[in-house]
Design a binder for this molecule. Structure first.
Ligand SMILES: [Zn+2]
Length: 301
């Protein structure tokens, strides 16, 4: 075994601690066993639990023509990252994913026509979630008959928006917290409204006074800027490659659908619209349809 091959084996497993959390960087098992001569694949994540995001990056030493990731029966086309020769995909471990072993397969097609498939198994662990009782206006628990069509239409609209897959990465560096205030680590909380169980909490709430600026967590396109029945005034940004952030219960929306925003731009103001118990920003993240803990996104550097 040559010294370079031996060195590669030694660096196969590297653990790097970041300030915001803990991410793992390691090369994947090459299914044809011929080493990593023309590509290195890296997985980056905070932990492997319900609600975590996994970033798959490929550093192409040869020239890659096409890169794809196969995960949970879906194919994700990789896009070009912020640095040249860098390819990216984001995978979501949904809030409801079952614990167990899952396979991530990266498929690369090089300019000279040869293929390489790289496979890795990940072990997803259970996360504990707390239960909370909340009291809101009864119309937000059992909506009146005349609101049902609107709720149904809005749910279909959100489905269409989260189906968008933009094959371009708009993000610029790490994501940022969108508002000053007291962050609550309440992603996935089981919720009981006026004594009736409802869907688990699919974001985090940042307690801030009415009128506090809401910033774009990263650069992207505004794909929704609209009042919704439960979410109140809502903004959704598409950052590309299946990654969306949402900002709910806003008092004042300062952007329009279709507009491009830069990371840190003020897009709205904190409010108390929709189903709330007081002013706060509900910040949500979706990755190709999966409900993701925003703090897991923040831990990607
Ligand atoms: Zn919330």
């Amino acid at each position: 075994m040559g010294i370079i091959k031996r060195m590669r084996k030694i660096i196969l497993f590297k653990i790097v601690f970041f300030i915001a959390g803990f991410s793992c960087l390691f090369s994947l098992q090459d299914t044809d066993g011929s080493g990593f001569a023309d590509s290195d694949v890296t997985l980056d994540f905070r932990s492997l639990q319900q609600g975590d995001i996994v970033r798959v990056s490929v550093e192409g030493k040869g020239i890659i023509r096409k890169a794809e990731v196969l995960f949970l029966g879906e194919t994700y086309i990789m896009g070009r990252g912020e640095e040249s020769g860098h390819w990216l995909a984001f995978l979501g471990l949904d809030l409801g994913i079952k614990s167990g072993t899952y396979t991530i397969e990266v498929s690369l097609l090089f300019n000279d026509g040869h293929h390489r498939n790289i496979r890795r198994e990940i072990l997803v662990k259970n996360r504990e979630f707390t239960t909370k009782k909340l009291w809101v206006e009864q119309d937000y628990v059992t909506p009146p008959q005349d609101a049902l069509d609107r709720i149904q239409w809005e749910s279909e609209l959100l489905g269409q928006i989260y189906d968008i897959f933009t094959l371009q990465w708009y993000g610029e560096g790490p994501f940022i917290i969108p508002s000053d205030g007291e962050p609550n680590d309440n992603f996935g909380e089981r919720r009981i409204f006026n004594n009736e169980p409802r869907s688990p909490h699919s974001g985090v709430d940042i307690s801030s006074p009415h009128g506090t600026p809401v910033k774009a967590s990263n650069s992207g396109r505004v794909v929704l800027a609209k009042n919704l029945y439960f979410a109140g005034n809502t903004i959704i940004l598409d950052h590309g490659l299946g990654v969306f952030t949402s900002y709910l219960h806003i008092s004042n929306i300062l952007v329009e659908r279709g507009e491009m925003v830069r990371k840190g731009d003020i897009i709205g103001e904190v409010g108390a619209t929709g189903r709330v118990t007081g002013p706060h920003l509900h910040w949500g993240v979706k990755v190709s349809g999966s409900r993701i803990d925003p703090y897991s996104l923040l831990s990607l550097n």
